[in-house]
Design a binder for this molecule. Structure first.
Ligand code: ACM
Length: 636
């Protein structure tokens, strides 16, 4: 093809891509407002870059590094911009009037001005990067717009469980990079569990010497069979944890550590049995953990679940926890420390003469009040150090600690109750799709997960502010979070598969105003382009199934199946004979016309293959023209 013609065609494709995404310029999360003006800013080698202060210089370096990868050249950085010189200007002038973390971007034919400070300027750069289309003949054409943007919620979080399986810091950093790009500002690091203690504590070396290793993986214990003997171990040194805190802070992400108490503490108890009500009692061994044999001792748990052996509320335990927390707060400067509080069975406390005597002495009427006493002591200690606690919604039982923030995971009820008591709330209900360990489609190709069904659309549909709250109570909902528990997630690749694209949906419900949400635009326009980017960055995202394909049976004789590829540059392949589709099946290029004779059925099976070769699960649609069901069995 001659060069001019090819440029012309590219220009047409590029224009039509923009025509579709006028409403948000392809940005995830969609900005609060975008006003289109006349003309374009053409980014070429003549453009200069200008900023003020050290923060501005850091941000302009970030933008320039991106321009190098996108355009193939770096912009000259200057202090003062001569009149009429085309420039990109980063400034904090006027940023004081913006909401927290807010920014503006003004694109005119002569200038792009990014205004913000701190996180705001950083987010302006993220949006600027996202709104740049591909270059054509060494030029990037950006439409003239005014963007005004700020977050709906201050707390935009995601939790990674590194205790059920351990993840190296290289992966944690790669994960944090993506969170920053999507304006998620909190990384909740679930560091301690029954199955592993993952943070070095210098005063208690056995926490990691003993507590960071278990001889078998949990994978396979439920629902099926498994490879019990694969050891799982690992922990972060304090220096490594500090490195993560620093790395995240440079991207305006706060790391909140979680130290679980009084339950989910088997790893700590295995290291220091005196933290148990019954130091001489053996760890409960599931009959599904054959390697444990007749071992008589406290063990790091091999299976997942909820265990009776929890911390005893003794002075020795409080001293231990205070010493641990002293080291934790020296590593993590976050306002919040997450203290767990979930799923603490009260069986041992009921059986323990010590606990019963303590309850009597303190006038506590039941074990829930004993848990409340436990949490309140820890809260008081942390408040005294200038920190606040977050706990899972069980901390409501027996009475909330005075200053606690509640993380509502068992549906929304805990969050609603806490907001009604004027306590801050973070919504993360598993029932609304925020448990991203759940599976993403109903295809039998999905890997084993813990259960549940949470496609990204379910997260997208969720509004974190419950309608039952009054206007006054709504302000206690400070944010929303998605949780990645890792009982069945053993590798970084699988963690990425669970997280993406669901964290992109989280980003939009956490940042964008409800009125700006648009699932069709998100799924069909922006997500495909963002997934193509993740594909290039070697992020092992879950490849969505073809847009427009029903996974429910369709009835009739004549069908026109109109599909869209959910990853830019990817392909859909399909079969109609029941065989498993691959690159050798039919390539989808236009709506598929299928005629099914009366009394018969056909099975449409599709697969999506991303440019890197990553595959979707197989999706099936039964096309039925009145045939009896048993005839249509797919060949596996
Ligand atoms: C939880 O899922 N146990 C907080």
């Amino acid at each position: 093809m001659n060069k001019i013609l090819s440029i012309f065609i590219c220009a047409l494709i590029s224009t039509s891509a923009y025509a579709q995404s006028d409403v948000n310029l392809g940005i995830i999360p969609t900005p609060v407002s975008i006003k289109k003006n006349n003309g374009n800013f053409v980014l070429d080698r003549t453009v200069v870059l200008s900023s003020t202060g050290t923060e501005g210089a850091k941000m302009s370096d970030l933008l320039n590094a991106f321009i190098v990868t996108k355009a193939g050249f770096a912009l000259r950085e200057v202090k003062d911009v001569p009149a009429k010189q085309k420039a990109i200007i980063l400034t904090s002038v006027g940023a004081d009037k913006l909401p927290a973390e807010g920014y503006t971007i003004r694109v005119t034919p002569n200038q792009i001005i990014l205004t913000g400070k701190g996180a705001g300027l950083f987010y302006a750069v993220q949006s600027a990067m996202q709104m740049m289309p591909d270059k054509i003949a060494d030029k990037i054409t950006i439409p003239a717009v005014d963007i005004n943007d700020y977050p709906r919620f201050n707390y935009r979080g995601t939790m990674l469980d590194v205790s059920r399986h351990f993840f190296p810091i290289s992966f944690v950093k790669k994960y944090i990079d993506q969170l920053a790009y999507y304006k998620i500002n909190t990384f909740h690091w679930h560091l301690t569990e029954d199955q592993g203690w993952r943070l070095e504590i210098k005063k208690y070396p056995k926490l990691t010497q003993v507590g960071s290793t278990r001889p078998g993986t949990i994978i396979g214990n439920y629902p099926g069979k498994g490879n019990y003997l694969t050891e799982v171990k690992g922990y972060y040194t304090q220096d490594e944890a500090k490195e993560i805190v620093k790395y995240a802070a440079e991207k305006y992400i706060t790391v909140i550590p979680e130290i679980e108490l009084p339950g989910h503490a088997s790893a700590a108890i295995a290291a220091y049995p005196e933290l148990s009500c019954f130091p001489d009692r053996d760890t409960f061994i599931s009959d599904k953990t054959p390697w444990a044999g007749n071992k008589k001792e406290k063990l790091v748990q091999q299976t997942w679940g909820v265990f009776d052996d929890i911390f005893v509320p003794s002075e020795n335990t409080f001293t231990f926890l205070e010493n641990v927390l002293n080291e934790v707060i020296a590593i993590f400067p976050s306002k919040y420390i997450h203290i767990g509080g979930d799923e603490a069975p009260k069986t041992y406390w009921k059986e323990s003469p010590f606990c019963q005597a303590l309850m009597k002495e303190k006038g506590l009427k039941d074990e829930h009040e004993l848990q409340s006493y436990f949490i309140q002591r820890i809260e008081k200690y942390l408040n005294g150090k200038g920190r606040s606690i977050i706990g899972w919604d069980e901390i409501l039982e027996g009475g909330l600690a005075p200053n606690a923030t509640v993380m509502s995971w068992r549906g929304e009820a805990g969050g609603i109750a806490a907001a009604q008591q004027n306590h801050d709330v973070i919504m993360t209900p598993g029932s609304m799709g925020l448990y991203i360990d759940h599976k993403q489609s109903n295809s039998p190709d999905e890997p084993v997960t813990i259960g549940g069904f949470a496609p990204y659309q379910k997260i997208y549909a969720y509004d974190p502010i419950p309608k039952v709250l009054t206007a006054d109570q709504r302000k206690y909902v400070i944010g929303v979070q998605a949780n990645l528990w890792t009982e069945y997630v053993k590798t970084p690749e699988k963690a990425e598969n669970h997280a993406f694209p669901r964290l992109l949906a989280l980003s939009e419900i956490a940042w964008s105003p409800v009125e700006r949400k648009d699932l069709k635009n998100f799924s069909e326009d922006r997500l495909p382009r963002h997934l193509a980017r993740l594909d290039k960055m070697n992020v092992n995202f879950w490849v969505p199934t073809p847009i427009g394909q029903s996974d429910k049976p369709l009835t009739g004789g004549d069908f026109t199946i109109d599909l869209k590829v959910p990853v830019s540059g990817g392909k859909i392949y399909y079969s109609l004979d029941g065989s498993r589709p691959s690159e050798n099946a039919f390539l989808y290029t236009a709506p598929i016309k299928v005629t099914v004779p009366q009394g018969e059925k056909r099975l449409l099976r599709t697969i999506v293959i991303a440019p890197s070769g990553k595959r979707s699960v197989t999706t099936e649609t039964l096309l039925n023209n009145g045939a009896p069901e048993e005839k249509t069995e797919a060949k596996k």
